[in-house]
Write a protein that binds this ligand. Structure first.
Ligand code: ARG
Length: 253
């Protein structure tokens, strides 16, 4: 009798933990045994206002949207900060459950990962010194040295310009530092982080040059069931105004 009860108990426990796992939908192998109710988000947390450190905590639009999604899925959000150009590998290898990093949907990336629906849009912009700038428009990039963050759409864009010399940095902030020291003529980076950099550094400005619109989305391992669940959560968060509220909190106009 005792044996039967014990067996039953084990069965119930196993079933309930499987349920928790299923409801959370995580598939990252964190090696932490039974703590499968976590969802690991791969990001590069030097990209204000999307993800950046406030003390030891990663805050920002992406961090808050991810948190709201995880709450809906009944999971705990864990943020794994890494180099931007490591995110896709972390996600496609299953080391992280999803990647969210102000990441633009591109056809090239779609070969390696799946993307959710877009949650916001952005554009690239050019940052130059406020005075004595060699670059006055997009065409001038062709004869300039241009700082970018490694592996970003800014990098891809400038790398395609014949004559431009591309200086790749692991962080956008390092590219901006090089600009303020006169080591590069311009920096090409996403519009909102550019605004944050211009606010934080004297003597630089954003050129009024229109670039193509980019869609930011969350990337997942190809074929992941989590994509549909996140899309559902995103749809609800768009409809109830949560996404707009989070974006407005960080981007005042
Ligand atoms: N939107 C650009 C891209 O997808 C830049 C993203 C950089 N993000 C970051 N967290 N550093 O390539």
């Amino acid at each position: 009798m005792k044996k039967i009860i014990a067996l039953l108990l084990v069965a119930v426990l196993a079933a309930s933990s499987a349920l928790v796992l299923a409801s959370c939908g995580g598939n990252s192998d964190t090696g932490s045994g039974d703590t499968k109710t976590e969802l690991h988000m791969a990001t590069n947390a030097f990209f204000e206002p999307y993800e950046y450190y406030e003390g030891k905590k990663v805050v920002g639009i992406d961090a808050e949207i991810a948190d709201a999604i995880c709450k809906k899925l009944g999971c705990k959000l864990v943020i794994d900060d890494m180099e931007f150009d490591s995110i896709i590998t972390a996600v496609s290898s299953g080391k992280a459950d999803f990647g969210m990093a102000g990441m633009t949907v591109t056809d090239e990336r779609k070969k390696a990962v799946d993307f959710t629906d877009s949650y916001t849009t952005a554009t690239q912009v050019i940052i130059v010194p406020e005075e004595g700038n060699k670059v006055n428009n997009g065409d001038d990039l062709a004869k300039a040295s241009v700082g970018v963050q490694l592996g970003t759409t800014g990098d891809i864009y400038v790398s395609d310009i014949k004559g431009a010399s591309v200086e790749r940095f692991s962080k956008g902030a390092d590219a901006v530092l090089a600009l303020t020291k006169g080591k590069v003529d311009a920096v090409v980076i996403d519009n909102e982080p550019a605004k944050a950099f211009v606010e934080q550094n004297d003597g630089i400005k954003i050129l009024d040059e229109p670039f193509e619109k980019e869609d930011y989305a969350i990337c997942l391992k190809k074929g992941s069931d989590l994509t549909a669940k996140i899309n559902k959560a995103l749809k609800e968060l768009k409809e109830d105004g949560t996404i707009k509220k989070i974006v407005d909190k960080y981007i005042g106009d």
